[in-house]
Design a protein around this ligand. Structure first.
Ligand code: MN
Length: 145
């Protein structure tokens, strides 16, 4: 097994994206309907249904055909970690005044590839810069912003 994979929060890029959006939908509406997931991810409803069945089989989602999906305890734990990682990377890039569209695109790419060790380093840097406005100003100066 790839040593990295034991540190990953779930199985694949696609699964991460599903779990992330399912958690967002559950927090907004109480459950995640295939139609809403399909819209958020810009993926066909047939593909959404397939993935929900797979996530259900892996014990991460309870999928009821017409009502939609909820997360199991394990699914919720993994989805929470995915959303937290997205938020940390977003917070990190916002320190540099990068525009929100660019941040979103970059985070959607970065979040799937970042190891726990790198994430811990980014968290430490984010907190250090946030807690030290002088340091942040010096860094921004170097970045040219
Ligand atoms: Mn994300």
């Amino acid at each position: 097994m790839d040593p990295q994979s034991s540190q990953r929060t779930s199985g694949s890029v696609a699964m991460d994206d599903y779990l992330e959006q399912i958690l967002h939908l559950i927090e907004e509406k109480g459950y995640a309907r295939p139609m809403d997931i399909s819209e958020r991810l810009e993926i066909s409803q047939a593909s959404v249904t397939n993935m929900l069945q797979r996530l259900d089989a892996e014990g991460l989602v309870d999928h009821e055909k017409y009502r939609g999906a909820t997360l199991t305890e394990e699914g919720h734990r993994i989805a929470r970690a995915i959303v937290d990682r997205h938020e940390l990377l977003t917070e990190f890039l916002r320190l540099f005044g990068i525009d929100e569209d660019t941040i979103y695109r970059d985070v959607e790419g970065m979040e799937h590839h970042v190891s726990r060790a790198t994430l811990n380093a980014i968290r430490a840097v984010t907190e250090s810069l946030r807690d030290d406005p002088k340091l942040l100003a010096a860094v921004l100066e170097r970045v040219g912003r």
